[in-house]
Design a protein around this ligand. Structure first.
Ligand code: SF4
Length: 189
């Protein structure tokens, strides 16, 4: 797949895993396709499935607020998920479903070529950083793979469930802001 058109067609017509049977829409991604920073969640929820866009429910509204707190918004970032179709009842996507879908994310990565990847939550961090990644222990740490800086922080849904995670999440977002600003400054030189 070499173009967004090809990727979109492939996703829209994908029946590679059982999530195809229960989806309303395939949720491919949203935001700036030329962005240097990409946020990755686990999968669409109910509102995302209905609207065909990632992070548009309550967790998405919180993500927008957190982006705004560090001077970013959807015109400056790209947002996608590990799986493109909604797992029923918002359960975690199964490993087999993630494996069936992950190549679409890889193509998105190749089309966007971000310099910073932010994994939102355990599922994304385990798929992208390490299968045994523990979000409470290892969030906020920067990794570098193939010239891309990668960090994991809490998924906004987890922040809605447990307010005590908000403070560490803000610290992570400040670190993301710093990394993003450094990147912008390097680009300006
Ligand atoms: S989740 Fe991914 S692999 Fe499964 S049907 Fe949807 S697009 Fe295809």
């Amino acid at each position: 797949m070499r173009s967004w058109e090809e990727l979109e067609n492939a996703c829209m017509n994908c029946y590679k895993c059982p999530l195809a049977q229960t989806r309303t829409n395939v949720v491919i991604g949203d935001g700036n396709r030329k962005s240097k920073i990409m946020f990755i969640g686990e999968g669409p929820g109910q509102q995302e499935d209905l609207q065909g866009k990632p992070f548009v429910g309550p967790a998405g509204q919180l993500l927008d607020k957190m982006l705004s707190s560090i001077g970013l918004d959807r015109s400056k970032v790209y947002i996608a998920n590990i799986v493109k179709c909604r797992p029923p009842y918002n359960r975690d996507p199964e490993k087999t479903e993630q494996e069936a879908c992950i190549n679409f994310l890889r193509y998105q990565f190749l089309l966007i070529r971000p310099k910073i990847l932010v994994c939102l939550g355990r599922i994304a961090a385990q798929a992208i950083i390490s299968p045994d990644f523990r979000i409470t222990k290892s969030r906020g740490i920067w990794y570098n793979r193939k010239n891309c800086d990668i960090i994991a922080t809490y998924h906004p849904s987890a922040l809605l469930r447990d307010e005590s995670k908000m403070h560490p999440a803000h610290i992570d977002f400040q670190s993301i802001q710093q990394k993003y600003n450094e990147l912008e400054q390097t680009n300006e030189q």
